[in-house]
Design a protein around this ligand. Structure first.
Ligand code: ZN
Length: 407
C-alpha cells in the first residue's frame, strides 16, 4: 500500500474535522477523526451517489446556504438530483484546479478560450470559465449549441482553445463539412474535452480533422466539478491534483482496495472542499493507477488511465461483459465508418442480440468482413451490423447517446 503525503494527511484531518463541526448527521457515519495512514482511511465507509441522493437537498451539506455562493447539480437520469452547494473557497478551489488543467494543456493568458458546455446546473461551462478567468485568458462564454455561430467565432475571433463535452467536437466537424468550413483556416490549436468516455480512436479523428492537440479533462459535480485532473502533453495518463483529492482504486464488487496497475472503480476523497466534502466517494468510473513517479512534463502527481467507462455503462450480453467504448475503439479503426453510432440491444431475434448501427459513405465487402470478424473476436458472438447513410442517426444536443436498450 502506498503512503499518504503530509499535505494529504493534514488536509484529510481538516476535512474530517470540518464535517464533525458542521454536520452531526453526516458525521454520524464516522467514528474517528484521527487518520494517520492510508490503512486508516481505507477503514472508513464509502459514500455513494445513492446515499447522497437520500440526502436531497442539503442533508450532507457542510455549509449553510447563506455561506454559499452557488450550487451545481449532478445530471442523473433517475431519482433525486445531487446538489453541491459551493462556498466562496469552493468556487476558488475549483477555479484553481481548472487553471492548473489549462496550464497542463499549455493554455496561457494569451489564449482565446471558447467554452461550449452549458452554463447552468451542469458544472461544465462555469468550471471552464473560472479556470480561464484565473489565467486571465480571453473568454468566449458560448454555452451549448449554436454550432454555426460557434464555427463563425472560432474563425472570426481567432479562438485558440476549445472547451467541450467530448462528443461535441464531432458535431462541429460535421457542421463544418456541410458549411465547407475549414479548421485549417483558423487559429485553433488546443481542445480540452471531457464529461464522457471517448476513445483514443475518436481522439485521433478529432485531432486530425480540427488540426489540434486534445486534452482529456475529468471531474464531476459531486467532487467539485470538472478539472480534478487532465492528461498532459505526454498523453500517457491523467494527472489528478492529489494535493486536493486522494485517489483510490477499489474492486467494484467487493470494495476492496486494489494495487496500482489493476483496473477498478475510482474512489475519491476531497481534501479542500467545504460545501460538500466527500470521504471515499464511489465515482463508478473505471480506471487504474498508472504511475506515482514524476512525469516528463514536470508534474509530480498520481496518474490514472483514461476512463474506460462507468460501472453502470457496462453491458452484459450472452454472458459477455463489455463497455461501449470498447466497441467504439474497434469502429474507429475503420476510416470509412462515421463517428455517430448506436449499440442496440434487442430481445432474441434470429441473428443476434446486438445490432450495431453505423454510418458510412460506402465500405468494401472486404472491410465489412474485417469489421465483423473483429467484433466477433472481441465479443465471441455475431453482431448484426447495419450500414446507414451519413446523417441517418439522430444527433444529440448534450451528452452522446451510444446505447439503445430495448430489452
Ligand atoms: Zn505529465
Amino acid at each position: 500500500m502506498h503512503k499518504l503525503t503530509d499535505i494529504q494527511l493534514l488536509r484529510l484531518g481538516t476535512t474530517l474535522h470540518h464535517i464533525k463541526k458542521a454536520n452531526p448527521f453526516y458525521w454520524s457515519r464516522y467514528d474517528t477523526d484521527s487518520i494517520t495512514s492510508y490503512e486508516d482511511l481505507a477503514k472508513l465507509p464509502f459514500i455513494t451517489k445513492d446515499i447522497l441522493r437520500t440526502g436531497y437537498p442539503f442533508a450532507f451539506a457542510c455549509a449553510e446556504p447563506k455561506h454559499c455562493m452557488r450550487m451545481h447539480m449532478s445530471s442523473g437520469t433517475t431519482g433525486k438530483p445531487i446538489i453541491n452547494p459551493m462556498t466562496e473557497n469552493d468556487v476558488n478551489q475549483w477555479g484553481e484546479m481548472v487553471a492548473r488543467c489549462y496550464t497542463a494543456a499549455g493554455v496561457t493568458s494569451e489564449d482565446i478560450v471558447q467554452i461550449t458546455p452549458s452554463f447552468g446546473l451542469f458544472n461544465g461551462g462555469f468550471g471552464f470559465h473560472y479556470g480561464a478567468e484565473k489565467l486571465k485568458s480571453f473568454i468566449i462564454p458560448m454555452g451549448a449549441g449554436r454550432s454555426l455561430l460557434q464555427l463563425q467565432f472560432i474563425k472570426d475571433l481567432e479562438t485558440t482553445c476549445l472547451c467541450a463535452i467530448a462528443s461535441y467536437p464531432l458535431r462541429l466537424i460535421e457542421v463544418a463539412k456541410q458549411e465547407h468550413f475549414s479548421f485549417k483556416d483558423t487559429k485553433l490549436k488546443v481542445g480540452i474535452f471531457g464529461a464522457e468516455t471517448w476513445t483514443d480512436g475518436m481522439r485521433k479523428r478529432i485531432e486530425k480533422e480540427m488540426g489540434i492537440e486534445s486534452f482529456d479533462i475529468i471531474g464531476m459535480t459531486e467532487t467539485g466539478g470538472v478539472g480534478l485532473g487532465i492528461d498532459c502533453k505526454e498523453h500517457d495518463g491523467i494527472h489528478v491534483w492529489d494535493d486536493n483529492y486522494i485517489v483510490e482504486i477499489v474492486d467494484p464488487e467487493t470494495g476492496e482496495p486494489l494495487p496500482d496497475g489493476t483496473e477498478g472503480e475510482m474512489v475519491l476523497t476531497t481534501l479542500a472542499r467545504e460545501g460538500l466534502p466527500l470521504i471515499r466517494y464511489r465515482t463508478r468510473d473505471i480506471t487504474k493507477i498508472i504511475s506515482r513517479e514524476p512525469c516528463k512534463c514536470g508534474l509530480h502527481t498520481v496518474k490514472v488511465a483514461r476512463l474506460k467507462g462507468r460501472t453502470d455503462d457496462m453491458l452484459k450480453v450472452k454472458g459477455v461483459n463489455f463497455y461501449p467504448a470498447q466497441i467504439e475503439s474497434i469502429l474507429m479503426d475503420f476510416t470509412e465508418i462515421g463517428v455517430e453510432y448506436r449499440i442496440i440491444l434487442d430481445k432474441k431475434k434470429g441473428k443476434g442480440d446486438v445490432t450495431l448501427a453505423v454510418e458510412t459513405n460506402g465500405i468494401s465487402d472486404e472491410n465489412r468482413d474485417r469489421l465483423e470478424t473483429k467484433l466477433y473476436d472481441f465479443l465471441g458472438f455475431r453482431v448484426d451490423v447495419q450500414y446507414l447513410k451519413p446523417g441517418t442517426l439522430e444527433r444529440s444536443a448534450g451528452k452522446a447517446v451510444r446505447v439503445v436498450d430495448n430489452r
